[in-house]
Write a protein that binds this ligand. Structure first.
Ligand SMILES: NC(=O)C1=CN([C@@H]2O[C@H](COP(=O)(O)OP(=O)(O)OC[C@H]3O[C@@H](n4cnc5c(N)ncnc54)[C@H](OP(=O)(O)O)[C@@H]3O)[C@@H](O)[C@H]2O)C=CC1
Ligand SMILES: CC[C@](O)(C(C)=O)C(=O)O
Ligand SMILES: [Mg+2]
Ligand SMILES: [Mg+2]
Length: 493
């Protein structure tokens, strides 16, 4: 199998990278009807599998789970997930032949073997779905020509796909039909119905391509979503300890701060988040973010280049072939960081204090979101897609850190995202070493405004406000958030 993207002529690569059409709410007026009465079989009951299945069933669809024999016999976590929630569970042989729609929600590294096992059992004319197109785009998997191949990719961890659905909202979702596999022309209708079934249409849906989804998804998860949140959390915690801040306070500020700060981002964009700071702190955060952007830009660009060239997927697949040696080593190292091992204290921290005492994280988030957005758009990914993959998803990942720190984030995201996260983190920390030497507790750990006269240069403030509001991520964000009429607030811990 060859890398599908790399086999495409250059112009076709650009065309597929740029597929991105924001879908009007009216296009979902038929709801889940295209899938009513169809037999939906999900392969795998993990992070996405369980949560998507729960939403689809609550939306009135017929869902069951095909698990490998050993998982059923040994009553593994996936079997428990499914049976505790009263889903029908069976082997591939029992369930795949009767499925109209097979949804592959196993880890990307298993896709080739899972598809090779499942495809011969699928009935003629059935549909196969993915939530990430790695197997098709980076591995070049070929699917039987009678099978329709679609993608419904929620821009969020599985836990938040469920949590947002239960809040009456949803998560932005990319849908696509593989151009090589749409023999009956039904792919789009089925993808739309599936997307409604998981609640994606309430947050915003882009008609995308497998190529655009893969290249943008890998970029978002490696940089702003997971890599930078990991780097910024560890560096912030370590700095506070170095400066003598109480460890329990430092652990709490970092664990919950990112969720509180990015909640402002979700509702009001970078502008809304920056507006939560005092004027002097906003000016400082702006300047710090500019410095961070100039330090980290080459790293963001390297990640995008390696993703586009296939270098990233090649090296990750080498690790798959090597029994995940690097992934497992990096995972173990992350579990040993002082941040991970220090319990959050029980002192109260008000919602505003998270902004006032953690200006550094505001600057990191501004820098990371803007850099990820700029780098993706420069590479040919459309702004709407880049917005979902950077700004909107950051708070959804932050929710997982608030639950159980970086351990929880890395547990809940895909193995593919986790591998890329560690790769970024290892390259980013040394880049930021000199910058971090200059950071003091006014930026992290104590109130930025304390002991300062709080005067500001009006002209400078006006210029900074304009620069924040006129960034292209804010332009597209204002439009996309207008469609998010059902977005709900989550309470600060
Ligand atoms: N994690 C996330 O939030 C997101 C994931 N995605 C995509 O969704 C897909 C699923 O990812 P994710 O939910 O993280 O996956 P998980 O790691 O949570 O999947 C675990 C499930 O896959 C099964 N599984 C593992 N290995 C095999 C195998 N060799 N054969 C058959 N089944 C196997 C496990 O069953 P068993 O008990 O048998 O081991 C378990 O049910 C991926 O394509 C990912 O990129 C997309 C958006 C976000
Ligand atoms: C964190 C990145 C993601 O793509 C996701 C949750 O959207 C993943 O692969 O887990
Ligand atoms: Mg993703
Ligand atoms: Mg991903």
């Amino acid at each position: 199998m060859a890398n599908y993207f790399n086999t495409l002529p250059f112009r076709e690569q650009l065309k597929q990278l740029g597929v991105c059409e924001f879908m009007d709410k009216d296009e979902f007026a038929d709801g889940v009807n295209a899938l009513k009465g169809k037999k939906i079989v999900i392969v795998g009951c993990g992070a996405q599998g369980l949560n998507q299945g729960l939403n689809l069933r609550d939306s009135g669809l017929d869902v069951s789970y095909a698990l490998r024999k050993e998982a059923i016999e040994q009553k593994r976590a996936s079997w428990k997930n499914a049976t505790d929630n009263n889903f029908q569970v069976g082997t591939y042989e029992e369930l795949i032949p009767i499925a109209d729609l097979v949804i592959n929600l196993t880890p990307d590294k298993q896709h080739t073997s899972v598809i090779n096992a499942v495809m011969p059992l699928m009935k003629k004319g059935a549909t196969l779905s993915y939530s990430h197109g790695f197997n098709i785009v980076e591995e070049g998997m070929q699917i039987r020509k009678d099978i329709t191949v679609i993608m419904v990719a929620p821009k969020s961890p599985g836990s938040e796909v469920r949590a947002e659905y239960l809040r009456g909202f949803g998560v932005p979702t990319l849908i696509a039909v593989h151009p090589e596999n749409d023999p009956e022309g039904k792919g789009l209708e089925w993808a739309k119905a599936y997307c409604v079934g998981i609640g994606g249409h309430r947050a915003g849906v882009l008609r995308s391509s497998f190529v655009a989804e893969v290249k943008s998804d890998l970029m978002g998860e490696q940089t702003i979503l997971c890599g930078l949140l990991q780097t910024a959390s560890i560096l912030s915690f370590d700095k506070m300890i170095e400066k003598g801040i109480d460890p329990g306070y430092a652990a709490k500020l970092v664990q919950y701060g990112v969720e509180v700060i990015t909640e402002a981002l979700k509702h009001g964009g970078i502008t809304g988040m920056m507006d939560r700071l005092s004027n002097p702190a906003k000016i400082k955060a702006f300047e710090v973010a500019e410095e961070l952007k100039s330090i980290m830009r080459p790293l963001f660009e390297k990640h995008m280049d390696d993703i586009l060239s296939g270098e990233f997927s090649k090296t990750m697949m080498e690790d798959w072939a090597n029994g995940d040696a690097k992934l497992l080593k990096w995972r173990a190292e992350t579990a040993e960081t002082a941040f991970e091992k220090t319990p959050a204290g029980d002192m109260p921290i008000s919602e505003q204090e998270y902004f006032d005492n953690y200006t550094l994280m505001v600057a990191f988030i501004k820098a990371g979101v803007e850099l990820a957005f700029e780098t993706m758009v420069d590479a040919g990914i459309k702004p709407e897609s880049a917005y979902y993959e950077s700004l909107h998803e950051t708070p959804l990942i932050a929710n997982t850190i608030a639950r159980k720190k970086l351990y929880e984030m890395n547990r809940v995201i895909s193995d593919t995202a986790e591998y890329g996260c560690y790769l970024f983190d290892q390259a980013c920390k040394p880049l930021l070493a000199d910058f971090m030497k200059k950071v003091d507790t006014d930026l992290v750990g104590k109130n930025f405004n304390e002991g300062k006269d709080n005067s500001v240069d009006n002209q400078l403030l006006i210029k900074i406000n304009e620069a924040i509001r006129n960034h292209p991520v804010e332009d597209v964000g204002r439009v996309l958030r207008k469609a998010m009429t059902a977005m709900k607030s989550i309470k600060a811990s």
